[in-house]
Design a protein around this ligand. Structure first.
Ligand code: FAD
Length: 543
């Protein structure tokens, strides 16, 4: 066990001492969103997360805040309407983390989605966004498609269309909600698992929580308990002593990252996979291209989900068929990872691909509110519904206002992202680092950069090819509740997704930095690096 920083002991004391209105279990996007909404409404809130914020599905997404063009095919119009509204809101509430992204959809001869169908679908897509998306779709000629994306195969290309969605940093969006919840008064603790529920008169009254660092166990008392554990829902329901059968239908999705210059995509491209006609994406991620995703029934539990060779090859083949010069092979894969969509089993009909991404809120046998399903994009709306239900259970039907709809996420108070990037560039003198700082921290970028004034060594890049600097790990520990190297290398930054050794060298450099600045001794460094290696193995190894 590693020594615990003082703020963790204080949080554990608070968890033990206080009587909460709501205890949220799970620090993915949904749990963090619920905690923030409830705290902003003035409720006394606790949130515990067994690993790190976003360590589950919420760091394995396609990083899109999107209306969900794919869901039109399955007739999930309400979901597209809700997602489009949330996309519009999040672009405003977190302009540093949620940014407009143009897509090109090429149409080839014999494509499953013909051009007329695509254009009709995109007209509906714009209509469901009330024509208030960043821009409306446009039909493209064959030449216009190739001018936008010269790497696409010209053979059999008929034309296509362009439309708008938004990209995000899934882990940092989740973190922003966790930090926003704490700023609004919630007690928020990562690396602290619920091991049992406490009960009285047939109702859950709280939970036993175990701190991972020290092994200390505390009992948390709360009037309402919310399960927001995504793919772990069935496991948590088992703690309630009964299960409604499967509450979640685990559908696994794999992504791969490859060097962007190999694919040559300029923006995002929507493809129809030649193997099976599935809609998938080729997405820009700075110097990398992310290709995803697959959709198969999850094998094994959510703690052990990994990509398989077969899934990786499927993605590479689909990309190669559309970007023939890429000629991607296994050796080009920088990283591959898998996540489980916690689809609500009650909404599932047919296969996982056509199952609804809408959410449900059920009441467990001990009165726990169990939220399942949804999407990263709709987390805020889900949170609002959950907190409304919690207020009903608390007998507070009139809890006023919907502050969650209006209060900017931490870092979001910017004139514009480009203005913030310019300011940062002037101070930092490195455009890529400035873009990273503005994009990750928004208007708070100076907090991360300030320590470099007295300590210029912190300006150094952690990896020479990537824009993360040595100041970020210290900031993550001091201000963003990072505890382990994995918290820093996988989720506060994306170093692990963008390096072929999955962040191993970066983790070593950071451990040396933390030894010098925070007094980690040789044993602590060794233990933390071994822990990192295990986590990176778990997330990035391919079966
Ligand atoms: P999770 O993020 O899994 O969070 C649950 C948390 O509960 C975990 O962190 C876990 O550690 C914690 N937990 C479990 N048990 C306990 C316990 N006993 N005590 C304490 N904590 C516990 N949606 C989009 O809108 N856009 C996309 O681009 C997109 N792409 C996707 C791509 C893939 C491949 C997948 C799989 C999903 C994608 N989604 C996307 C959907 C989206 O990612 C999920 O709907 C969302 O992240 C689920 O969040 P969650 O909080 O419910 O679950």
């Amino acid at each position: 066990m590693s020594p615990s920083p003082p703020w963790r002991a204080a949080a554990l004391d608070a968890l033990e001492r206080e009587r909460f209105d709501i205890l949220v279990i799970g620090g993915g996007i949904v749990g963090c969103g619920v905690a923030r909404d409830a705290a902003l409404r003035g409720l006394r809130v606790a949130l515990v997360e067994k690993d790190d914020f976003a360590s589950g599905t919420s760091s394995r997404t396609s990083r899109l805040v999107h209306g969900g063009v794919r869901y039109l095919e399955h007739g999930h119009l309400h979901l597209v309407f809700e997602s489009s509204r949330e996309r519009r809101r999040l672009l405003r509430l977190a302009p540093h983390l949620v940014r407009p992204l143009p897509f090109t959809w090429p149409v080839y001869e014999g494509a499953r989605v013909a051009e007329w169908k695509l254009l009709a679908g995109l007209t509906l897509y714009d209509a469901l966004a009330l024509f208030r998306n960043v821009g409306n779709h446009r039909k493209l000629t064959r030449e216009a498609v190739l001018a936008r994306e010269p790497g696409l195969s010209p053979e059999g290309l008929l034309g296509g269309a362009t439309y708008w969605d938004a990209s995000t940093d899934d882990s940092r969006l989740t973190l922003a909600n966790a930090l926003g919840a704490a700023a609004a008064g919630a007690t928020v603790l990562n690396h602290a698992a619920v091991t049992a529920l406490t009960r009285a008169a047939g109702r859950a009254t709280g939970a036993m929580v175990r701190d991972d660092g020290t092994g200390r166990e505390v009992t948390v008392h709360a009037r309402v308990i919310v399960s927001a554990v995504g793919p772990w829902t069935d496991a948590l329901e088992a703690l309630e002593g009964g299960t409604r059968g499967h509450a979640v239908l685990g559908s696994a999705g794999v992504h791969v990252a490859v060097p962007r210059d190999r694919v040559g995509n300029r923006d995002a491209v929507t493809l129809v996979a030649p193997q099976d006609g599935r809609v998938m994406f080729v997405l820009p991620a700075a110097t990398h291209t992310i290709i995803g995703t697959t959709e198969t029934a999850a094998r094994g539990g959510p703690d052990e989900v990994r990509a398989t060779r077969e899934e990786v090859r499927y993605l590479l083949e689909a990309c190669n068929a559309n970007f023939p010069a890429a000629r991607l092979g296994d050796e080009d894969v920088v990283a591959a990872w898998s996540g489980i969509r916690p689809l609500a089993a009650t909404l599932a009909e047919g296969d996982a691909g056509s199952a609804s991404r809408e959410h449900t809120i059920a009441t467990g046998p001990l009165g726990m509110l169990v939220v399942t399903g949804g999407k990263l994009t709709t987390y805020r709306a889900m949170a609002e519904d959950v907190v409304d239900r919690a207020c009903e259970a608390l007998g507070e039907h009139e809890r006023p206002g919907r502050p969650h709809r209006e209060v900017l996420l931490p870092g979001g108070a910017m004139r514009s992202l480009s203005a913030t990037e310019h300011e940062a560039a002037a101070a930092v003198g490195d455009a890529a680092v400035a873009r990273r700082l503005a994009g990750a921290y928004g208007c708070d970028w100076r907090d991360a950069w300030r320590p470099t004034r007295d300590d210029p060594a912190l300006r150094e890049r952690i990896d020479p090819a990537l824009p993360y600097t040595m100041t970020e790990p210290l900031h993550a520990i001091a201000r963003e509740r990072a505890v382990t190297l994995g918290d820093i290398v996988i989720r506060r930054t994306h170093l692990a997704f963008e390096t072929r050794d999955h962040g191993a060298a970066a983790a070593r450099r950071i451990a040396t930095l933390l030894a010098a600045r925070l007094g980690w001794d040789a044993r602590r460094q060794r233990d933390e690096l071994a822990r990192y290696e295990r986590e990176a193995e778990r997330v990035f190894s391919v079966d």
